[in-house]
Design a protein around this ligand. Structure first.
Ligand SMILES: Cc1ncc(COP(=O)(O)O)c(C=O)c1O
Length: 375
């Protein structure tokens, strides 16, 4: 072989900064030989809905069969839930798959994908993986600067990614702000707007975007949702998009034939019926958020007000070192340098006990009272 295969991988792929997931809890427990808490991936600390667990038990017995590749039952259910036709609903292996497919279906070298700095890195990866140009607009006050984004649209822009609320800052924009942005973009461009609402269930208040209706009546809006957050099914890998049927038909050609498992589909159907679990999860998150923010305030630590199940905490110190010191106390959080915040960590809201463990560890790390923990 004259050229190593690695050198044949296109430069735009070799140059990608890979997604850095939260450290798995088992790995930390194995390495440190202590009981760890994971507050690193914005999961639901209460677990999945009991109805979903029951559905999984039932369906796993039939997993010798391939799943319904079209996900008929779940799409039917989601179509009723959002009051949109079934052909406007697309199931994915997590909403991550839809983030990727939206870029793959529309972008090619020479074109542009637009999003923000300080947002979910999967958008950056999806755009760059197509060979198109990634254009990032700075955040304003930790939130999406919709005005700057609209100004960033060029004749080459094909996809625009927005997260509402945003990860990792937890900020949101209102429905009115989104509609003004969307009108402006749609008037001047035919780019697809991908509106990622992964954390929408945690937002309280009426002026949030929740745009699934708008998505099936607009030719250029795709709204993403997931079962990984409030529904507690992150390990099942299932999410969905609501968008224009003709675009979804094309995306359907690119996905693998059985992208969502029968067990995941059944769990999602059951989870949608468990309104009580969602209510309890949101309530627990509200209490946990209060527990964390009031203690941070007492410690004099700044954080960005959050509409989600996580908080961006500004420590004014190297975030990798802080996260490493917390890890030594068995608390897994995410250093945020790679998302653009070199002195901040992101912590997910856990159970009251997990939150207390994080807060105690943070206080110790800040005061440097434990050996080796000074940062
Ligand atoms: C904003 C945002 N979108 C999408 C995802 C991906 O979620 P999923 O598990 O559905 O792929 C995440 C996960 O953290 C996220 O924060």
């Amino acid at each position: 072989m004259t050229t190593p295969l690695h050198d044949r991988v296109p430069e735009f792929i070799r140059g990608i900064d890979p997604y850095r997931p939260g450290k798995p809890i088992e790995e930390v427990e194995r390495e440190l030989n202590i009981r760890a808490v994971k507050l690193a991936s914005n999961e639901n600390p209460l677990g999945p809905s009991p109805l979903a667990v029951e559905a999984v038990r039932k369906h796993v017995a039939e997993c010798n069969r391939y799943p319904d590749g079209g996900g008929h039952t779940l799409r039917e259910k989601l179509s009723g839930r959002h009051n949109v036709p079934r052909e406007n609903v697309f199931l994915g292996e997590g909403s991550s798959e839809l983030i990727d497919l939206a870029a793959r279906i529309l972008l090619k070298p020479g074109e542009e994908g637009l999003t923000a700095e300080g947002t979910f890195p999967s958008y950056w990866i999806a755009i760059r993986a197509t060979g198109a140009t990634l254009v990032k607009v700075p955040l304003r006050d930790y939130g999406f600067d919709l005005d700057a984004l609209a100004r960033g649209v060029t004749p080459r822009t094909r996809v625009i990614y927005l997260a509402n609320p945003n990860n990792p800052t937890g900020t949101m924009f209102s429905l009115k702000e989104f509609e003004a942005f969307f009108r402006r973009v749609s008037d001047s461009s035919d780019a697809l707007v991908v509106l990622d609402e992964a954390y929408c269930e945690y937002v309280e208040g009426e002026d949030f975007s929740r745009s699934t209706r708008l998505a099936c009546s607009s030719p250029n809006l795709l709204v993403l949702r997931t079962f990984s957050k409030v529904y507690g099914l992150a390990g099942m890998r299932i999410g969905y998009g609501v968008g224009p049927a003709d675009l979804l038909r094309e995306m359907n050609k690119l996905r693998t034939p059985f992208n969502t498992s029968s067990v995941a589909q059944a769990a999602a159907v059951a989870a949608l019926d468990d309104a009580e679990h969602v209510r309890r999860s949101v309530e627990s998150n509200r209490a946990g958020m209060k527990q964390i923010t009031s203690r941070l305030e007492a410690m004099g630590v700044a954080c960005v007000p959050s509409f989600t199940n996580f908080l961006l905490i500004e420590l004014g110190r190297n975030s990798k070192e802080v996260a490493a010191a917390l890890l030594r106390h068995g608390v897994i959080v995410r250093p945020m340098a790679w998302m653009g915040f070199p002195t901040a960590i992101r912590v997910s809201v856990g159970t009251a006990e997990e939150n207390a463990r994080f807060l105690d560890a943070l206080a110790r790390v800040r005061s440097g009272t434990l050996e080796g923990s000074k940062v």
